[in-house]
Write a protein of this length. Sequence first.
Lengths: 257, 325
Amino acid sequence: MNIFVLMKRTFDTEEKIAISGGKINEDGAEFIINPYDEYAIEEAIQVRDANGGEVTVISVGNEEAEKQLRTALAMGADKAVLINTEDDVENGDQFTTAKILAEYLKDKNADLILGGNVAIDGGSGQVGPRVAELLNIPYVTTITKLEIDGTKATVTRDVEGDSEVIETSLPLLVTAQQGLNEPRYPSLPGIMKAKKKPLDELELDDLDLEEEDVEAKTKTIEIYLPPKKEAGKVLSGDLADQVKELVQLLHTEAKVV
Amino acid sequence: MSKKVLVLGEVRDGSLRNVSFEAVAAAKTVAEGGEVVGVLLGEAVQSLGAELIQSGADRVVVVENEKLKQYTSDGYSQALLAVIDQEKPESLVFGHTALGKDLSPRIAAKLSSGLISDATAVEVAGGNVVFTRPIYSGKAFEKKIVTDGLIFATVRPNNIAPLEKDESRSGEVSSLSVEIKDLRAIVKEVVRKASEGVDLSEAKVVISGGRGVKSAEGFAPLKELAAVLGGAIGASRGACDAEYCDYSLQIGQTGKVVTPDLYIACGISGAIQHLAGMSNSKVIVAINKDPEANIFKVADYGIVGDLFEVVPLLTEEFKKLKVHS
């Protein structure tokens, strides 16, 4: 099976967020594989191990993403592709990324494409379904289980806590939800092997794309931090009195009940 | 500049979801005096058209088809694209729900348009329609505009106030017949887990439990409180990992993001992971034995104490309040 994983390098949102010059300050911040994409990588490896084939992990970004691609290779992916847009795309959006990925994938005869259901930084969750539409293949989002039998696929997806069992067929794109699997940590031999696995780097030119073909349709005009919350009121006194006071405060001061 | 805006009305268990009324309100802002057209897709949804109009839509287009009874991205996109083709709107607004998240990127790709997902506010400023949306799990916000083509956005439930319903409002509810074919992914079964009680993402009140609930049974007092307040039950990752409850209840960076009017965190330490899912709630109450717990830093009100003592007392107090009011 020819399996592809769409991976994003993301700012670890457990980091403290600061803004400088109208942008999120990334100096010294920890970058990680988007956690939902880790589920996608793990699932891709498991599907390959059960069905044979090859897992290629693709990322659109700059050369810094090589580190996360190597991690994916160390987990067990076979190949990695970095589509480096640093020189060509100044302000891309989801339209941009999806168009680039689809252009790369269109002649690859992918049987299965996996991605995370959302990236924890931008949080739009658009790229997976957009790529599927551009490739004209079916997709299932927020999946928690994937079973493949020949060209048939049975997929369980999370729908706001309920589950839907969906029958579909390959080629297919799915986006991973938490609960799909338990992503493995790269092993030491895995890390050693990853150094020798192929990591190709492409640019827009290699995909016959011009900058204007992928020009963003949206623009961020301002980034700001939410207003700092004032310290809350921790009640004191007899527990029963505190509870009475709390209910009064919620009723008369906060007016939420 | 006035625009024609299409709003997708989302039907669940035979009723319109609240987020659809919120989407209509957002569409009104985007329209700047232009026409707001509601769209209803389903098997028998015509009768809901009037309610969409009462909540602010000018008219409604309905596509009824047995193949639309259950949401599928193939079925819904065919129906919606037919409506878009007929109406030629300049803007689209959906709810940022499971359905909206699944469908909107596909429509955007098909129309080669931008899409601003998960907006929590919309305004017109400096000649632009400006959407506000949380990024970095709610630790920052961005204001975003569309620079080319369709103004397409999804709105996060519970953030944009719906318009007051006006029962005297009337408008045309028209039907469009669409042939739905080639469904490539078919829903074989729906397993309801979360729908006992109130829907977490739209709930006005959320009572959430963490490791401090100690067991699955430990959620019982929280459920009683939720019942009194008409709220939904949520959980921290810790509680889910410890198998006290299903992952469908998890609130956090992985898990659901909720913004209720009232969030009561019971026995939750307040890991950054969890805060990402609830810190934008309007009022946060923390109940925890540990006075140093991080959750008190984001809470508006806190009680240091054992949740198994505090929560039942709270339930009793709220019951009294409900009787009096």
